[in-house]
Write a protein that binds this ligand. Structure first.
Ligand code: COA
Length: 416
């Protein structure tokens, strides 16, 4: 039977304007900096400003997508937002994004949540919907993964924090990544490895359990995908993983490498293989930290940004893991001209335009942001700087957002 090709047509990353160098954090926490830089594999972490939240980051990523690619907002029939940093218990972030972008009213909008798996849930649902479009018709969906990874100050998770959003246009013109149409390779198990009670702003985690659960889910889903696709470890040009911290991608790669080496004698060295097939994707993760739902897709964007034309037409394996837990291994092929879009992804300009914070400024910004989470009194914030969309404050229990004039005029230019 004819299978319509579906996958990612366009991708854009929202990079928060502020960052903290992990060496400054190590010094403040009186920890050997090699633990954060080498033991966890990080370098810097994005710090969201008080007027940034999961809504502004999602909308900003989507606006960037429409600004940089020849895609019309009029074509969008579905918006799915994956997040575990929602700002409202009822209203969908997707509805806010829909309004800020003036998308068509004939559109389905909803959010999904399953820790860091939610972006993948959105991508896979949207792909199935695109594949099911009526003959001659086209379904296009906007899938956005948006999160703020926040742990207690001074906790083991603190150096793995991060923030950002990745917007993806999913359609039957998958010029960046065409997904392979194999049966799904899934794994779910009820486990308490990472959670955030609704009365808390920062996550709780049993770090060792989460690492064990991640690797167990990878073993299951990789074996299942291998069975249904007949693609083995060596058949992938690139292997991308969920990246709670960059060293985790190495642990994941190492597990698959060792499993493969049991029955093959001629393997390249582990380090060389990792440097060739996974490390090129991790540069952006090292700069932004953990994006929870978006971290796997930050790696995908990072791979395109880093390798450009050298990644074209290459086969990619992707492992998505959400604590709690749900996981999936799937695969696809990068487009024959995927490299030509690298300037539109937003990573290079986003990272080069950032401002470094001191440890004290990081604490102040964090405190101000957390105070706003539980403050329903109206206050007008000064967003400052060049932002597409800002959270301005709360009035009559409603969050007020402002879309910048620059974004409005850019959107008009795109529409004209
Ligand atoms: N120089 C170099 N490396 C060092 C070091 C030093 N001075 N000190 C420690 N390390 C290494 C450790 O050997 C370890 O590496 P390994 O795992 O390869 O053995 C790594 O740094 C981390 O050290 P560890 O003592 O295990 O850290 P921790 O107990 O402080 O916590 C996490 C690490 C990942 C559990 C913690 O950051 C966390 O809870 N993160 C959030 C949850 C998460 O990301 N889970 C992942 C699955 S979703």
């Amino acid at each position: 039977m004819f299978e319509r090709a579906v996958g990612i047509e366009a991708i854009h990353v929202h990079v928060p304007k502020h960052f903290l160098d992990l060496r400054a954090l190590a010094s403040a926490n009186d920890v050997d900096e090699a633990k954060y830089l080498e033991g966890l594999g990080g370098r810097r972490m994005a710090v969201p400003a008080p007027h940034e939240d999961s809504v502004t980051m999602a909308a900003s990523a989507a606006m960037g997508l429409f600004e940089h690619y020849d895609v019309s907002p009029e074509d969008i029939g579905m918006v799915i937002v994956g997040s575990e940093s929602e700002v409202d218990g009822s209203k969908a972030t997707a509805a806010w994004v829909h309004g800020m972008l003036h998308l068509p009213t004939r559109c389905r909008t909803f959010d999904v949540k399953h820790a860091c798996y939610s972006g993948t849930a959105g991508l896979r649902l949207a792909s199935t919907w695109c594949r099911a479009a009526s003959p001659g018709g086209t379904n296009k969906a906007l899938v956005i993964a948006t999160d703020i990874a926040r742990y207690e100050v001074g906790s083991p998770g603190e150096p793995t924090q991060g923030a950002g959003a990745v917007a993806m246009l999913v359609s039957d013109t998958p010029r960046l990544l065409a997904l392979d149409p194999y049966p799904e390779a899934l794994f779910t198990e009820d486990v308490m490895d990472f959670w955030r009670p609704t009365y808390r702003s920062s996550a709780l985690v049993d770090g060792k359990t989460s690492i064990d659960s991640y690797l167990k889910a990878l073993a299951h889903t990789f074996a299942e995908h291998e069975r249904v696709s007949r693609l083995g470890f060596r058949d992938y040009d690139y292997l991308l993983f969920h990246v709670p911290f960059p060293k985790m991608a190495f642990k994941a790669f190492r597990m698959l490498y060792e499993r493969d080496a049991i029955w093959r004698g001629d393997a390249p060295s582990l380090d060389a293989d990792f440097e060739r097939r996974t490390a090129p994707a991790l540069e952006a993760n090292r700069e932004l930290g953990n994006l929870y739902s978006g971290s796997l897709y930050l790696s995908l964007a990072g791979l395109l940004n880093n390798r450009g034309a050298r990644a074209e037409s290459k086969r990619v394996g992707l492992f998505s893991y959400g604590s709690g837990c749900c996981a999936e291994f799937f695969s696809g092929r990068l487009g024959p001209q995927a490299g030509s879009w690298r300037g539109r992804i937003g990573i290079g300009s986003g990272i080069s335009g950032r401002t470094e914070l001191t440890y004290r400024q990081y604490l102040e910004i964090r405190k101000a942001g957390e105070a706003l989470l539980n403050d329903s009194s109206y206050r007008l914030l000064d967003p400052g700087g060049d932002r597409r969309v800002s959270f301005m404050g709360i009035r009559r229990h409603q969050r007020i957002y402002e879309v910048s004039e620059v974004s409005k005029s850019r959107r008009k230019a795109v529409k004209a």
